[in-house]
Design a protein around this ligand. Structure first.
Ligand code: MG
Ligand code: MG
Length: 256
C-alpha cells in the first residue's frame, strides 16, 4: 500500500527534515583529514537527540550506528569506525531523523583534502543527477521519469548506476513503498500523485555498476573498487514542482 501524506503529516516530516539538515551541517563542519568516522557518528547522534529527535538508522534491522559512512569504494551502509579521513578520500554521510513519529532521510558525499579531478566530477554529476531526478518528481509524471533522468545524465559521463539499491517512500516508516530506482524508462511505472513523499538517492559509480556486499551484512562496495558517490533528498510530490524537505544549506554553509 502506498501512503499519501496529508499537509499535517508533511509539516511533521518538514520539521524532522530541518533537524536532519542541521545535523548534516554539524557533521560537515567536522570533516577534515585526521578525523575518525566514529567521531562524525557521535556528533550526529548527539545533535539529533539534543533537538528532540532519534537517529532513524540506529537499531533499524539492528544497524548499530546513527550514520552510514561510506568512504571511497563503499557505496552505502558503511559502518562508522576508527578509519581516519585522509586527503584524497571521498566520504558519503547518510543520515535519517525520526521526530514526532516521522522520518526524513538524506545523504551527501564530501571530498577530503586534495581529490583527483575525475572523482570530483563524479561527485558533481551525481549531485546534479539528484536534482534532475527531483525535477521529474511532479504529479502526473511516472516513477520511470525520475530514474530515466538520473540514469541518462550519469551514464552519459560513462558512470555506472547501482541497480541493487534504490530510493523509497518515507513517512512513519523509514522505508515505505514505492521503490524509487535510479534507472528507468520514460513514461513507465507508478503515476506520481500529490502527497507522495519520496527519498530520491542516486548511487553512482566511477566504474562498473556492479556492487558486492561485505561479510558484515551491511557494507556495499563497488565490485571494481573504484569510488562511488551518493546524494539524497526527501521530497514531496506537488503539482508543478517537488518540494525538497531536506536541505544541503547547512552543509554548504559549513563548507564555505
Ligand atoms: Mg539515506
Ligand atoms: Mg534512503
Amino acid at each position: 500500500m502506498i501512503l499519501y501524506k496529508t499537509e499535517e503529516e508533511i509539516e511533521l516530516i518538514r520539521a524532522s527534515a530541518k533537524v536532519l539538515a542541521q545535523a548534516h551541517g554539524e557533521v560537515a563542519g567536522l570533516i577534515k583529514e585526521g578525523v575518525t568516522t566514529r567521531e562524525l557518528d557521535r556528533r550526529a547522534e548527539e545533535f539529533i537527540k539534543d533537538h528532540g529527535g532519534q537517529p532513524s538508522f540506529k537499531g533499524y534491522n539492528d544497524f548499530p550506528f546513527s550514520l552510514c559512512i561510506s568512504p571511497n569504494s563503499v557505496v552505502v551502509h558503511g559502518f562508522p569506525s576508527d578509519y581516519t579521513l585522509k586527503s584524497g578520500d571521498i566520504i558519503s554521510v547518510d543520515c535519517g531523523v525520526k521526530l514526532n513519529g516521522y522520518h526524513s532521510d538524506s545523504a551527501y558525499t564530501y571530498p577530503v583534502g586534495e581529490v583527483a579531478p575525475e572523482v570530483l566530477s563524479l561527485l558533481d554529476f551525481t549531485k546534479r543527477s539528484l536534482y534532475l531526478g527531483i525535477e521529474q518528481a511532479v504529479a502526473g509524471n511516472r516513477m520511470g521519469d525520475i530514474g530515466y533522468a538520473i540514469q541518462t545524465s550519469v551514464e552519459k559521463q560513462g558512470y555506472g548506476v547501482v541497480r541493487e539499491l534504490v530510493g523509497h517512500g518515507i513517512g512513519k516508516s523509514l522505508h515505505e513503498r514505492p521503490e524509487v530506482p535510479n534507472y528507468g524508462k520514460r513514461g513507465a511505472g507508478l503515476k506520481l500523485q500529490t502527497g507522495l513523499v519520496l527519498a530520491i538517492e542516486p548511487m553512482v559509480n566511477l566504474g562498473t555498476k556492479h556492487v558486492v556486499q561485505e561479510k558484515d551484512g551491511w557494507t556495499i562496495r563497488t565490485k571494481d573498487l573504484k569510488p562511488s558517490a551518493h546524494f539524497e533528498h526527501t521530497v514531496v510530490i506537488r503539482k508543478d514542482k517537488a518540494e525538497i524537505l531536506t536541505s544541503f544549506e547547512y552543509i554548504e554553509k559549513a563548507l564555505q
